[in-house]
Design a protein around this ligand. Structure first.
Ligand code: SAM
Length: 420
């Protein structure tokens, strides 16, 4: 339990830390995109995805044409999708290998495609693909297995890369609809509701429903891709690397801007959430196990200095060793990696972080980050606070690492730092 409950901001003032001001903003009002999921921004449901407005705000105000932008925890790759609109080069890393295929899809120029013809070929295809997944039977009712394994067999045998990429998200969506996963939750989970959904599907014309979903979703992807093209993306230089452990990888060349939204304190199981899709895409069980082990709650990280009085005050107040361990692992991992990577950043750092809580105790991650980098010689310009909670995080009621109920992030804060 917490020994006392001091208000950390009373203990250390912003002035003492030479921190810049905090300003309330609504990123949605500052940037004129029709919606957060418009165009290529919303083709795939990725947990804790940036709203594109935040990146657009940063690039519009702080980047120049051909600036080099870097996101070491890039997730869906929103930074890349927006960078092209501002003529910026970019490098994206993520542990989750899905980023590579997602990025290729968002970059497709929509080409006239005969969706019905393609699906007819899928229906009559004899190819089969069975994911390398020992729990496969737990997630799919036997009735659906032939249609799924054939659809994916067709997918993996397609030589036409454009058509294959276009079919990726529609097939992932349709396959998830045909699984026991409760899609109301971000985390892969079976529930009475999802079992009921499958029972109802089985009772109807599910074959028709499956192909109809694939067709509809393909049209949807095509429409979003043309919306994206209408925003006039530029052909800039891109490096996109999935399967990268940012906690142990170095950057080879200098970048102007680092903008990132690191894993949340209370939500860190991205690979576990994505694994059904990764199996369909052909990743092996061994590969996925190895990637899962690299997620923060599951690894032992060497201690790294965290130069933040706020961090220390909160830490001293944690009595339970296992909570302290989670707290330490998180900051040692994330700040350790970012402190190493900042060396190669020449101009600005932008961190988009929520104000999480651990055991009911608020953890001002933005302040801890601002203090830490100020101590490293960066200047904290300001923190922009967006009170509209824009992002859908994992809907855990209980943190899988702490087994403790967590309060959801209430604001999203953009910490802005610059080189002196
Ligand atoms: C908050 S999400 C980023 C979402 C992203 N901003 C977007 O717009 O989709 C954090 C990301 O960190 C990634 N991640 C977690 N541990 C990692 C590690 N050790 N190395 C690289 N990436 C990691 C997760 O896979 C996840 O995609």
């Amino acid at each position: 339990m917490w020994a006392t409950n001091p208000d950390v901001t009373d203990v250390i003032t912003r002035e003492e830390q030479t921190l810049g001001p905090e300003e309330q903003v609504a990123f949605r009002d500052l940037i004129d995109f029709p919606s957060t999921t418009y165009a290529a921004f919303g083709i795939y449901r990725y947990p804790a995805k940036f709203i594109p407005h935040v990146i657009a705000y940063v690039l519009k105000n702080y980047a120049h044409s051909r600036a080099k932008v870097f996101d070491p925890f890039a997730g869906y790759g929103t930074v890349g999708v927006v960078s092209r609109l501002y003529d910026c080069d970019y490098e994206l890393w993520d542990l989750n290998p899905i980023i590579e295929v997602l990025h290729r899809i968002t970059m497709l120029e929509p080409r006239e495609i005969r969706t019905r013809e393609l699906i007819d070929k899928m229906v009559s295809s004899e190819e089969e693909f069975m994911p390398d997944w020992s729990k496969f039977d737990y997630w799919f009712p036997p009735e659906f297995v032939p249609i799924l394994t054939r659809a994916w067999g067709f997918y993996h045998s397609l030589d036409d890369e454009h058509a294959r990429l276009l079919l990726t998200i529609p097939l992932l969506k349709a396959s998830r609809n045909f699984s026991f996963d409760d899609m109301g939750r971000m985390k892969l989970s079976k529930s009475p509701k999802s079992k009921e959904r499958i029972m109802q599907l089985i009772a109807g014309d599910w074959k028709k429903r499956f192909y109809e979903t694939v067709r509809r979703e393909t049209e949807n992807v095509l429409q979003r891709l043309s919306e994206y093209q209408s925003l006039a993306p530029k052909m800039t230089k891109a490096v996109v690397r999935g399967g990268v452990d940012t906690l142990s990888t170095n950057l080879d060349e200098e970048k102007d801007i680092l903008i990132t939204s690191p894993p949340y304190l209370q939500s860190q199981e991205y690979i576990r959430q994505a694994k059904m899709d990764l199996f369909w895409l052909g990743h092996s069980e061994m590969e996925i196990k190895n990637l899962s082990r690299l997620e923060i709650p599951y690894r032992n990280l060497p201690p790294r200095p965290v130069n933040s009085p706020t961090f220390s005050v909160i830490r001293d107040d944690i009595e339970e060793e296992h909570i302290k361990k989670i707290y330490d692992r998180y900051f040692h991992g994330i700040l350790g990696a970012l402190s190493r990577l900042q060396d190669k950043i020449t101009s600005r750092l932008f961190f988009f972080v929520g104000r999480s809580s651990l055991r009911g105790r608020p953890i001002p991650i933005d302040t801890i980050f601002a203090e830490h980098f100020t101590q490293m010689g960066w200047i904290h310009e300001k923190t922009l606070i967006d009170t509209i909670v824009a992002r859908r995080v994992f809907s855990y009621h209980v943190n899988p690492a702490t087994k403790i109920e967590d309060r959801r992030t209430a604001t999203e804060n953009l910490v802005i730092l610059r080189r002196p």
